[in-house]
Write a protein that binds this ligand. Sequence first.
Ligand code: C2O
Ligand code: CU
Ligand code: CU
Length: 487
Amino acid sequence: MISRRRFIQSIAAVALLPKQLLQAKGLLAANVFQVPKLEMGRRVGKEVYFDLNLQSTMSQILPNKRTLTWGINQNFLGVTLRANKGDKVHIKVSNQLNKTSTLHWHGMKLPAKADGGPHQPIEPGKAWLSEFDIIQPAATLWYHSHQIHKTGEQVYNGLAGLFIIDDTESAQLNLPSDYGVDDFPVIIQDREFNSDGSFRYLSGFREKLMGKMGQIILVNGVINPVMKAKKSLIRLRILNGSNARIYQLDFDDARPFHIIASDGGLLEKPVMANSIQLAPAERVEILVDVADGKMPMLRHTEGMTGMMMQQEQGRQPAVDIFQIDASRAERSSRQVPKQLVVHQLDSLKQVEKKRRFDLQMQMGPMLMMNAALGAKDLLKINGQSMDINRIDEVVKAGSVELWQINNTSMMAHPFHIHNVQFKIVNRRGKIEGHELGFKDIVLVNPNESVQVLIRFPKFSDAKIPYMYHCHILEHEDVGMMGQFTVV
Ligand code: C2O
Ligand code: CU
Ligand code: CU
């Protein structure tokens, strides 16, 4: 038998490079904080038309090296889409890559045929039209490739961007909302590079099993950038766009900040915190007060991130992500509201159906050998791995359900459900911070059981399914995913 200790050693996360090493390697040259281009579409009343191109090119990420990157209307990563609740969007996605791909609107409530999952592939040279009404409140959503068995690689190459929804309620709150001025996207991703500058994706079974992690952190595609703050109150829309790494974020001066939004939009009230855990695909919006004119560094501390090795290996030193230079920040006229929005809550009494999902990972002596052989059924949900021709669950449109997700494995899995924003109603620890809000993804720790309350939107389609899956993209790609229809 593989011992627990050996297993834990074998899955220990790939350490990130500390500042000193980055400096020594010439990677820390005070890079400028990049803001992805804003794309508001072509508007005719409430109809909004977007034209997106999946494209690839050589980009400069490392000094003196070129990296082949994929992007959406830009070289690396995607432009930020922005539209309002109540709009109808028409998004034409043209695939100019030489690989089949998809674009999925993560966190969006929408008809299954517009979802952009594995059932809406776009072949090279072809285009796909996704049309839907935006029926949900202001939020920071995102979009990314969902190509079956290839999501990890395609997102790693750069097929990911933000989708911001605005609404009139949030506009009245006097929150920082000037894109690129006091309201910033912060897409955090870790990457590994080959010596020629190209991205290094999977290089062994261990990475396939544990998820791909890299030693270098990028923010909006840039290594350790510095943001020159123009205002004293800054809103950060943080997306963990990494394939597998879970971040524990804080500032180096331990300054407190206000959490104002989770995956699905604004919380009821701002929550003061000085540290946040963010699993892959999770978003959080925070307000940071930099009126002191200092230079706080956002950092990540490995070690308390969901694995059972916490006690065994302890926490590692913090690694820098990006810095805010507030030395020239002007006084902001925006402020932290006392109250944000009121959530419409469903009660447990309304639950019409309970479902249970067991997240399973093969253990024992055969694990590493099977992983080395590329066995596809190492990671399962309810004893099965994804089959695109099998519908696992059928849900009634408009109904309320309670899903219980049990993690029976030794590592944490971020569980995501398409087409919904749910509330976490039960988990081992306290439900606090951004987990108080609406969520489309929840990190389920080893041996933990989490219950989420879901009201399904009224869209129905007997044929085309939505997905639920682990958002460690390598797990999704080997089949830790299932399908449900809503009828
Ligand atoms: Cu973020 Cu099924 O996706
Ligand atoms: Cu999704
Ligand atoms: Cu997983």
